[in-house]
Ligand binder design. Sequence first.
Ligand code: GDP
Length: 471
Amino acid sequence: TYGTSVSPKVQKDKLIGGLLAPGFDEQSCLSRYKSALYRKESPHMPSTYLLERLREHEFLQKKCGPHTEAYKEAVEQLKSGQDTKVGDCNYLVWVAYSGLGNRILTITSAFLYAILTNRVLLVDGDKGTADLFCEPFPDTSWLLPPDFTIKQFKNFSSGSPESYGNMLKTGVVRPDGSSKGPSPAFLYLHLAHDYDAHDKLFFCENNQQYLQKIPWLILRSDNYFVPSLFLIPAYQAELIRLFPQKDAVFHHLGRYLFHPTNVVWGLITRYYDSYLAKADEKLGIQIRVFDTEPGPFQHVLDQVLACTLKEKLLPDINAQQPIVSTGNVRSKVILITSLNSGYYETIKNMYWEHPTMNGEIISFHQPSHEEHQNSDRKMHNIKAWAEIYLLSLSDVMITSAWSTFGYVAQGLSGLKTWLMFKPENRTSPDPPCQQVMSMEPCFHAPPFYDAELGREQIQESLSRMYNIVKI
Ligand code: GDP
C-alpha cells in the first residue's frame, strides 16, 4: 500500500540502527531523523545493551532534568551545602571550553561517564552549544539553566579550593579516597590538558568510589578521555558490554548526541545538495595548520598533494597534453575545509589548467575560509559545525594530525581516514600521510601517572585496546 505506512527499512534508517529514540518533534530538529538520507548506513552496529542503557539514561534525564521536582530539590541541597547524601538524581555539569571539536569530544566523554555513574548530564550552553545542537534527550533539556546556583563555575581551575585535585593535594581528601570531614555537595573536576598528578587521580578506582558520594560534579576538559575510562577496573565490564567494538565509542555516541539545529542543517543541506550530491565519489580534505603564522605554506600544500597522489586519492595531472580524452566520465568532488583559502585556490587551479591523467572530472569546493579561530562568534561556530558534518559525509577522507575538528568528522563518518602527519620545522613529512588504525579520536593528554596500574601497564593496555604498537 502506498503512503499509509513507512517501510521497516526506512524506519530503521531513520533511527540509525535503533540508536535514536522515536517520538521527537521532527520539524524542530530536521537533522535528527533525516541524517540517514545523507549518511551511508554505518557498518558498525551498536550493541543491544547500549540501546537499552541509552533508553534508561533518557528516562533518568527526564526524571531529573531542569524544572522537575527532583532537580529543584537537588539544587536546594546544593545551595544549603548540607546533608549532601546522594539521592536518585545526581548531576554532571559540563563546562564549555576550547574549540568546537574539543567541545564535542568532551561532551561525549562526559556523557559516557554520566552513563557509567548514573548521573544526569547538564551542559553549559555557552560558546553556541545551544545554537548548534538539538536537544538529544526526549521531553527534557540538557542545557544547564542560566540561573545555576554556583555562579563562578566557569572560572574554576586546577588550583581552586573546589577542585578535587586540589583537595587531594591539601589533604582535605586522602589519596585512598577517604575524607576527613563530611563530603561536599559539589566538586570541580579539572581534566584539561594542564591537569596535574592530583587531578589525574580521577582515573583511579578509589577516587571513583569517593566521587560516587558527591551529588554534583562540575567538569572542565578539552580531552577525549574515554580511553582512560576503560582502564578503571570498576567500569571495565560495563564498558565492554556497551561497546564490544571498542573503537566505535565516539562513532555511536557522537551520532546519538549531536544533531545540527535547523540553522546549521540549512547550511549543510544547501551546500551538500548544490555541490556534493551528484558526484560519483566524495573526497574530504581537512587542512588544519598549527602554526603561529596563518599561511598558506608551501610545505603544507606539498604534503596534501603528496598524500593524495601517493595514496591514489586524486589522479595526477597531465602536464604534457592539453586534453586527455578517455571516455571516463566518472566525477569526483573534493571538499576542502581550512581556515585559509590558499590551498584550495592552488589545487583547484592546477586541475583547471591541466587535464587529469585518467580523464576523471574533478571539482573542488571550500565552504568558508574564516582565517582565524573565533570560537565565541555564533556564525563562525555554525560554519565550523556545518563543515565538520559535511566532511563526515565523504566517502574517503584526509585529516590533519592532532586536530579534534578532524577527529569528529572521522568518528561521525565511521571511516578510517588518511591522517597527514604533523609537519616539524615547516617541512613536509615523509611519508605525508597514513591510514589510521582506529576511527576513535585520540586522547591527547592521557594520565601516565596511575596509582594502581603504573605507566607500563597503561601503555600496554592502550596499545592492546587500539591494536597498535606504538603510541
Ligand atoms: P582543533 O583545534 O583542530 O583540535 O579543533 P577545534 O574544533 O577544537 O578548534 C579549532 C576551531 O578553529 C574550530 O572549532 C573552528 O572554530 C576553527 N576552524 C579550524 N579549522 C576550520 C575549518 O576548516 N573550517 C572552519 N569553518 N573553521 C575551522
